[in-house]
Design a protein around this ligand. Sequence first.
Ligand code: PHE
Length: 447
Amino acid sequence: MKIARFGRIGFILAAAGSAVGLGNIWKFPYITGEYGGGAFVLIYMVTVVLIGVSVMMAEMLIGYMGRMDTVSSFEKLAPAKKHLWKFGGFQALAGLFVMTFYSVVIGWIFHYIATSLSTLPSSVKEAETVFSAMLHQGFWTQLFYHTLSFGIITYVLTRGIKGGIEKLNLVLMPSLVLILLGMCLYALTLDTFAKSVDFMFTSDFSKIDSNAFAVAVGHAFFTLSLGMGAIMTYAASMEKNANIVTNTLWVVFLDTFIAILAGLVLFTFLFEYGSGPAKGPGLVFISLPAAFFEMGVLGNFFAVLFFLALAFAGLTSAVSLTEPMVQYFIDRFSWSRLKASLSMGLFFYLVGVVVILSNIKETKEYLTWGSKSLFDWIDFVTASIMLPLGGLIMALFIGFAVEKSRVASVMQPHLGFTFELWYFTLRYVTPLAMVVVMVNLYMEFFK
Ligand code: PHE
């Protein structure tokens, strides 16, 4: 049983810290660039409002009522003789799988903080060479920073909910917002800010196909940390009589606000100093450093701040990705927090080393299957299979398995007349959307 609980602000910041991650600042801008801007942003926002909010409330509710690790919470709430539901809790494993590359990417960010202090690449071409040298040849560099990332994350986890996770978020989240707001103020003084607004909010639907649609829905889930038990695990430590509805709205608001803010800032810089809205995962590691170079010394300053913000966002998400399995071993096997944190940390650390090797020139071919690297495979299995599946299971669990009267007793007071609408969304809209999305993502991956 848990004793330490989040404070109200602590919970909102921790859940928002989980949601605001590499997904917002690294992935969102580049997929927005890839799928042509405004129309994509629109679909993403509509999904967040229509499906994201509903599923987040369901996931928080399971944690809040279950009060234990994800598997035990499912088990506790499932109707008698419906033991199979407890397997829904094993979604928590997805977080650990994501961590195997998430920690590696946080390592890259640390490396970029260090190099931004001295030199920035003078052109996109040079930036490309630098990035690819790190990725394909820099085994020791990546290992060093991956180790640092592992150390910080594991340390925070050993300190627990109050002394570790809540504290980390109370410091890093406000810092992150301040850095981005500061950069946004500067961006406002540039002429290209208007162009950036235009790019993100003017919809050109010709670039939207079913794949763009599936990517937008998938991203809405990823960015809100849904379907992996992260929000559920935090919610198990939510204070008594917490308001799940307002907490959800806060988290969703902060997550969306920061994604849009980051997008506006990045695109302004790229339009003003760089090569426009570059595509692909290299956006923040390639196009952006080259754009910062054009700004002179101020660019070094902004680069450091930006990568610092990115590291903060990544770290607060990383602890939430690992905590569900830590909690699982504490609750189910009575492991000490130290033992559970260290074991989970070591797991993602060691697999992470293999992930690094899967990009290194000499070892790459041994870690590639069907033209996809280990990195791609983990990303696919987690983001395209486990995550939508998790969302589906949670929606069905609250929608059909848990008695309606029980669900209503917690949610009705906060939702009022919108309760039925929420319930209907969980039962029919979400499952349908999830299945469509999964089919699309599979077809795209194996094309
Ligand atoms: N939401 C985080 C991001 O945007 C990633 C994440 C997914 C964290 C699932 C926890 C659980 O980067």
